[in-house]
Design a protein around this ligand. Structure first.
Ligand SMILES: [Mn+2]
Length: 381
C-alpha cells in the first residue's frame, strides 16, 4: 500500500486578501499529486482549517478540495477501527485526519473535522486507530488530535496506542516536539524520546517547516504546511507532500514564490530608505511574496513610525517596520494560545488555583457557555 501525507492546509488562511486562494490551490495540488502517485489513502495531520468555525464560503472551497480524493477509487477495506467508520468515508481515496490547534473547540462542541466526517470527506481520529487492508497487507493509523502542549505527555500516556500485530503501524500527532518547535517563544510538551516506541512511521503536523528525521530505526515526518503562514526567513524553502510505502519520499508542491530580504537603513531619512526599497522591489516576479526586514538605524530624529510607504511592485510586499528591536514577535502563534496564556497569567495574579483548566475555561467563554464556565471556576476556587 502507498500512503500520501500532508498537513496544515489552513483552509481560509488570508481570506479576503490577495492570498485567499493559496490555502486551497496548494492543498489541491498536493492531493492531485498524491493521487497521481496512486496512493491508497491520505493522512492529513491537523490544522485543516485556519479557524475553528469557518464561514460557509470557506467550507465550500474546502469541500471542493477534499472531494478531489473521492474521484479516485482505492478499494480499501477498514479491517478494524476503534470507532464506527461509514461506507461514505471509505469511498474514493479515504482521507484520515486529526484536528490541530486551530480547530480546537470547547470539549463538547464538534470540531470542523467531525462535521467533515459526517459527510464522508474525512475519517477523524482523536485517540483512535483505524486499520486498512488491501490484498492481504495491513496498515494501522493511530491518531491523536492536537492537545495543549503541556498535556501532550499525559494525553499520550492516557491513550497508550497499542501496536496492531501483522500491520505496519503509523502514529500521527499535531504537537511541538523538541527541538523542532514552531518558534522559540513556544514550548514543547514532549521530545522525540517521549514518543511511544515500535511504530514504523511517525508523522507530526503543527510545525510548518518540513523536516525528515528518525526515531530509532523509524522515519519521523514533520510534514510542514502546504501554505506559507509565517513569512519567516527559514520558510523560504519548498513545501511538500509525502509518500510512504515502507520508504519515505518528498514531493514538492507548487507554491507562490517567497523571498525574505533585509534592507539596511544606514542613518537614512524615511525618503532615502523608501528610495532604496523602491529600487530593490522591482526585481521580484509578479505575484511573488516578499518580506522586507529593515535593519540598522534611521537618521536621528526619525522613528519607524515615520515610515508609511507602500512600495509599488508587482509582487505582494510586506514590510517589517519594527526594526529597532532585532527580533520581532512571532507573527503566527495561534491567537488561541496567546489568549489562553494571557488569561492564565491574569487569573493567577488574581489568586486562582492552578487546578483550573484555563484552556477549557477559555474555550467555554469563547463558545458563550457561561454557566459551564462559572461552574468550572467554582470547582477550581
Ligand atoms: Mn498549523
Amino acid at each position: 500500500m502507498k500512503v500520501g501525507i500532508l498537513s496544515d492546509t489552513h483552509f481560509g488562511f488570508s481570506w479576503g486578501t490577495a492570498r485567499e486562494d493559496e490555502s486551497f490551490s496548494q492543498a489541491a495540488d498536493a492531493i492531485e499529486k498524491l493521487l497521481k502517485e496512486g496512493v491508497d489513502f491520505i493522512i492529513l495531520a491537523g490544522d485543516v482549517f485556519h479557524v475553528p468555525a469557518p464561514p460557509p464560503e470557506i467550507w465550500s472551497r474546502a469541500i471542493d478540495v477534499l472531494s478531489i480524493a473521492k474521484r479516485q477509487e482505492s478499494n480499501l477495506k477498514a479491517a478494524r477501527s476503534s470507532k464506527p467508520v461509514s461506507r461514505l468515508c471509505l469511498q474514493g481515496t479515504p482521507i484520515v485526519a486529526i484536528h490541530g490547534t486551530h480547530e480546537r473547540r470547547a470539549r463538547k462542541a464538534d470540531t470542523a473535522l467531525e462535521t467533515l466526517e459526517k459527510v464522508g470527506l474525512v475519517i477523524h481520529l482523536h485517540a483512535d486507530t483505524i486499520t486498512f487492508e488491501k490484498d492481504g497487507e495491513r496498515i494501522a493509523v493511530h491518531g491523536l488530535s492536537g492537545v495543549p502542549e503541556k498535556y501532550t505527555r499525559d494525553a499520550l500516556k492516557d491513550w497508550s496506542p497499542k501496536l496492531v500485530p501483522g500491520a505496519r503501524n503509523i502514529l500521527v500527532l499535531h504537537q511541538n516536539i523538541f527541538p523542532f518547535v514552531y518558534s522559540k517563544d513556544e514550548s514543547a510538551g514532549i521530545q522525540l524520546a517521549d514518543l511511544p516506541e515500535g511504530f514504523d512511521l511517525y508523522i507530526d503536523g503543527h510545525i510548518h517547516t518540513p523536516i525528515l528525521t528518525n526515531y530509532g530505526e523509524s522515519p519521523v515526518i514533520i510534514s510542514g504546511s502546504t501554505v506559507l503562514t509565517q513569512m519567516k526567513k527559514g520558510e523560504q524553502g519548498e513545501k511538500f507532500c509525502w509518500l510512504y510505502d515502507g520508504k519515505v519520499r518528498q514531493i514538492p508542491i507548487s507554491t507562490r514564490p517567497f523571498f525574505y530580504v533585509e534592507v539596511k537603513a544606514d542613518n537614512d531619512t524615511p525618503t532615502e530608505l523608501q528610495k532604496k526599497i523602491d529600487d530593490m522591489v522591482l526585481k521580484f516576479p509578479k505575484d511573488s511574496l516578499v518580506k522586507i526586514k529593515i535593519t540598522g538605524r534611521l537618521k536621528a530624529g526619525y522613528t519607524s513610525a515615520d515610515l508609511s510607504f507602500s512600495p509599488k511592485s508587482q509582487a505582494i510586499i510586506s514590510i517589517d517596520r519594527d526594526f529597532e528591536t532585532e527580533e520581532s514577535l512571532p507573527e503566527s502563534r495561534p491567537l488561541t494560545e496567546t489568549a489562553v496564556s494571557l488569561l492564565s497569567s491574569k487569573l493567577r495574579e488574581m489568586g486562582f488555583k492552578s487546578s483550573v483548566d484555563i484552556s477549557r475555561l477559555y474555550d467555554l467563554l469563547v463558545e458563550g457557555r457561561l454557566d459551564e464556565a462559572a461552574k468550572l471556576v467554582e470547582e477550581g476556587t
